[in-house]
Write a protein that binds this ligand. Structure first.
Ligand code: ADP
Ligand code: MG
Ligand code: MG
Length: 252
């Protein structure tokens, strides 16, 4: 059982020499086996939350805490966060020139577990994971993110998650730019890892459509740097019908 505990998190970003508070006190707890959806309008700070937990240097934590089973995540390096069982797709570089998907995955796995995977088993595991995500085997030889389509990037993200076997995963807009078929495949991938590992998932999205495939246990509405409302899956339905207007007006 793993618990990610975000307490009264305040985060600022400095742009043009001026610090601006983006997260204004976020409280959120994600446990193994739970799926939490964070939904909110563009610019409300959803990605800032993901980047802050990932340890992106641009985001300055000015208050609050992030704990993983009581350990201070904010004191960890990015690598330590991954070794502790956090999966944050955005911690990886956008493009890795000259590094194949296959080598990249093996290096990442070695970093996370502290030892190189046994090649024979590993090759089989990668092959099966790729088949599950309906990825062509030639994909493994391609350079990471070089010329990847939107759908390929997302599949690669889920492939990493499948192979690295994290305890808590934060997926930021994994659904954006996917057609319905790709969305279904990616969602099935998330669901597989969820049931196989008892993964805790923080699913950040602007749209309700992915929630038809990946059922959340909890829905949090994110507005202007904090959680404005919380509920179960029925809250997503309401957002689908009513949009965010009510929350945005209420917080203005
Ligand atoms: P969301 O993911 O909900 O669309 P973001 O977290 O991307 O929102 O952005 C929230 C606010 O923080 C926006 O006003 C955005 O312009 C600002 N912001 C986020 N990241 C940066 C950054 N690296 N530099 C400057 N401003 C940023
Ligand atoms: Mg506060
Ligand atoms: Mg975002």
């Amino acid at each position: 059982m793993t618990t990610l505990e975000i307490r009264d998190l305040h985060v600022s970003v400095t742009a043009d020499g001026e610090a601006k508070e983006i997260l204004k006190g976020v409280d959120l707890t994600v446990r193994s086996g739970e799926t939490h959806a964070i939904m909110g309008p563009n610019g409300s700070g959803k990605s800032t939350l993901a980047y802050s937990v990932a340890g992106h240097p641009k985001y300055e934590v000015t208050g609050g805490s992030v704990l993983l089973d009581g350990e201070d995540v904010l004191e960890m390096t990015v690598d330590e966060r991954a070794r502790a069982g956090l999966f944050l797709a955005m911690q990886y570089p956008v493009e890795v020139p000259g590094v194949s998907v296959s080598n990249f995955l093996r290096t990442a796995k070695t970093e996370v577990t502290g030892e190189a995977p046994v090649l024979r088993h590993w090759v089989k595991e990668v092959r099966e994971a790729m088949e599950g995500l309906k990825m062509d085997s030639s994909f493994a030889a391609r350079n990471v993110n070089e010329g990847f389509s939107g759908g390929e990037k997302k599949r690669h993200e889920i492939l990493q998650m499948k192979l690295l076997k994290p305890r808590i995963a934060i997926l930021d807009e994994t659904d954006s730019g996917l057609d319905v078929d790709a969305l279904r495949v990616v969602s099935e991938g998330v669901n597989d890892v969820r049931s196989e590992l008892g993964l805790g998932v923080l699913l950040i999205t602007h749209y309700t459509r992915i929630l038809r495939y990946v059922q959340p246990d909890f829905v949090h509405v994110f507005v202007d740097g904090r959680i404005a409302e919380e509920g179960g899956p029925e809250l997503a339905e309401r957002l689908e019908n009513e949009g965010y207007d009510r929350f945005v007006t209420a917080s203005a």
